[in-house]
Design a protein around this ligand. Structure first.
Ligand SMILES: [Cu+2]
Length: 663
């Protein structure tokens, strides 16, 4: 095979900001491939094709202070300037793409609504994958959306006239999920509709004190949210920070996670998606095969065109696979034994819970064709060996934790982000597994089978020894010596030595009991009135829930079947307790059959799966921003059907009440 082909594939192996060692690994891999004969088998060639790359970086034009707006179309080299502008343009249109199907061992053709970066020189490897937006605190993000979807709206308005019937599939808007910015006007406003043919410029004024972390963006127009997000319209939104801790102000964890060379730890961007594409017959019905799994004939093109592609259990029944950066059963290349990697993971899917594990893979195991769920389950049992690998949770929903959590399993529900530090102990391949889970632990309320998500190629490196936690601790202490200023170095060291605490990097101080001014409740439930919050389906014109700027409340979150991921915009919340139906708090130790709540006590999130019959107690303070926004279920077809509520943060009046603008 021509050598250029290999080098192109390996150039971006999903690893960012690689240092010299990584480059050496890749060069060695390229050399091995180019000097050797053709790949040993078709499977190996197939797998090389599935080496996953990071989503493309959005092309950002940056203006520095002092440069006139007329110069915005000039690309300025070098690091972004604080207080500058980051200018991004995205088209929204149908995109022809392909998705690997392990049931057949072939790529299926798909045509999906997607984001396209108008300034990208060439389409990404998998064309539907949305670009990653990277910005810094203090920047103004000027993001223009061009809605180029057809004017002939599908299902618009809803035939029954009900706002909670999915409708207007080609209208859109944008949500910057997890950002602490204004929800109004041109800010993170999800109450506007950008119709086909319309351009709209969002202006996200990221405050200089915004936490750095892993966030994401996706459409959020009531009626079409699930359909568009499931089509792949979701991208990573990463805020990179360079602020050292300066007590009492926290620093960015990015300043600690550095190699001896000064380069950041090797990093992988991992965008989990569940694109539930279907092919339809002449009668408009979804084509299905054995066990009602979706099938597409050769040359048939899959798409997402209706809400019959959602609903309880539709995902497991469809036989579709969770993809990573657009690739199904991806291969993560370029890892090295004993080197710490930072995995920035976003669950941008809608219809399945993900229960992540890493296990050593049996040498020579071939994962290329796995016809169904049973085959997946059997394959993992036969080829993924030993106990799951310990990994280390750094941040939940982008917000750095007060203490790193050692885990063997990381559960991601729709909307969640997890930043993990991962060390692979030895050379060889590792399984990335989506483990089985009991019905009560998942958004589908059925026993979830065990699946393979992908594999990691790990090259020769150093041995971290048997105790990965001790290894990580040693590495982080050494990093603190190199990176932390004298005034805080000892504090950071003492915290790391004390069971991997990170108190100098956690962005939000705990909300103490004496700070609580009021109580809020949110009950997410499918009930007599349909998809409800507190017994009422979404009413865009109804009176919003009113919260008071500068105040803090304790929230009681509850959920009916199947359990619902609660998400609120603008201000995150801190988890105080999660009580099971017998009133036991499971937010510290988790549960024997379900680790998803373990070590969540005290953590900050913007999305939390509330299991059926459980009660989550969380606290939130409403800082800086007023205006109208929403809370909702992050099973997005539930949101489209009414499991959403308008929320308003209002300025308090002098008497402690709320001024709504009446007089
Ligand atoms: Cu829900």
């Amino acid at each position: 095979m021509h050598s250029e082909g290999h080098s192109v594939k390996l150039r971006d192996a999903g690893l960012l900001r690689g240092h010299v060692a990584l480059q050496a690994t890749l060069l060695a891999a390229v050399a091995a491939l180019t000097t050797g004969a053709n790949p040993a088998s078709a499977q190996q060639a197939q797998r090389e094709q599935r080496i996953v790359t990071s989503p493309p970086a959005a092309q950002v034009l940056r203006a520095r202070p002092g440069i006139t707006p007329f110069a915005l179309n000039t690309i300025i080299a070098g690091p972004p300037a604080v207080s500058g502008e980051a200018v991004i343009e995205l088209d929204i249109d149908f995109t022809d793409s392909k998705i690997y199907n392990p049931a057949t061992g072939q790529y299926d053709l798909v045509r999906l609504r997607s984001y396209r970066d108008t300034k990208q020189a060439a389409p990404p490897k998998i064309p539907f994958v949305a670009p990653t937006i990277e910005i810094v605190p203090g920047e103004t993000v000027r993001l223009t959306l061009h809605n180029k979807l057809p004017v002939a709206n599908q299902n618009c308005p809803a035939p029954d006239g009900n706002v909670n019937t999915p409708h207007c599939f080609n209208r859109t808007n944008l949500h910057s999920h997890g950002l602490w910015i204004s929800p109004t006007g041109n800010g993170d406003n999800v109450l506007v509709s950008i119709n086909p043919g319309v351009d709209f410029q969002y202006e996200y004024n990221l405050p200089p004190d915004h936490p750095a972390g892993t966030f994401w963006y996706h459409p959020h127009l009531h009626g079409s949210t699930a359909l568009q997000v499931s089509s792949g319209m979701a991208g990573l939104l990463i805020i990179r920070g360079s602020r050292l801790p300066a007590p009492p102000l926290p620093g960015d964890i990015d300043t600690l996670l550095k190699e001896p060379t000064g380069a950041p730890f090797a990093e992988r961007l991992v965008l989990l998606q569940q694109v539930q594409y279907a092919c339809r017959g002449d009668d408009g019905k979804i084509e299905v095969g054995a066990n009602n799994a979706y099938v597409c004939k050769p040359l048939q093109v899959g798409g997402i065109d209706g809400y019959d592609q959602f609903g309880p259990n539709s995902w497991p029944r469809s036989g579709r696979y969770t993809s990573i950066n657009g690739e199904v059963l991806p291969v993560f290349a370029g890892a090295q034994a004993g080197r710490i990697e930072r995995w920035r993971i976003a669950h941008a899917g809608v219809r399945d819970s993900v229960k992540l594990q890493f296990k050593k893979m049996r040498p020579g195991a071939s994962d290329d064709q796995l016809p169904d769920a049973q085959a997946q389950q059997d394959w993992v049992a036969a080829n993924c060996l030993d106990a799951p690998l310990s990994h280390f949770a750094l941040a939940s929903d982008g917000l750095t934790r007060g203490q790193i959590a050692q885990r063997q399993t990381t559960v991601l529900q729709p909307g969640y982000r997890e930043d993990l530090l991962v060390v692979f102990p030895e050379a060889g391949d590792y399984c990335v597994i989506d483990d089985q889970a009991p019905a009560t632990a998942t958004v589908n309320a059925n026993l979830k089978s065990r699946k393979l998500l992908g594999r990691v190629n790990v090259g020769v490196g150093v041995s971290p020894g048997d105790d990965l936690k001790a290894f990580l601790q040693t590495q982080l202490l050494a990093a603190a010596d190199r990176t932390m200023p004298v005034g805080v170095r000892q504090t950071v060291r003492d915290d790391l030595s004390n069971d991997l605490r990170l108190r100098s990097f956690a962005p939000h101080p705990d909300i103490q009991t004496n700070e609580i001014k009021g109580q809020q409740t949110a009950d997410l439930r499918i009930g007599p009135a349909g998809f409800q919050v507190n017994g009422v389906p979404y009413d865009p014109n109804g009176a919003p829930r009113v919260l008071t700027l500068g105040s803090a409340d304790e929230w009681t979150l509850t959920a009916g079947a199947p359990g619902h991921p609660f998400h609120i915009h603008v201000n995150p919340f801190q988890i105080v307790a999660i009580r099971n139906p017998t009133n036991v708090d499971v937010s510290v130790d988790g549960e024997p059959d379900d680790p998803q709540y373990a070590k969540l006590n005290g953590a900050w999130r913007d999305t939390l799966f509330v299991k059926q019959g459980y009660t989550a107690i969380v606290r939130s303070r409403y800082r800086r921003y007023v205006g109208d926004f929403v809370l909702h279920c992050h099973i997005l077809d539930h949101e489209d059907q009414g499991m959403m509520q308008n929320v308003r943060i209002a300025i308090p009046d002098g008497a402690g009440g709320v001024a709504n603008g009446h007089h």
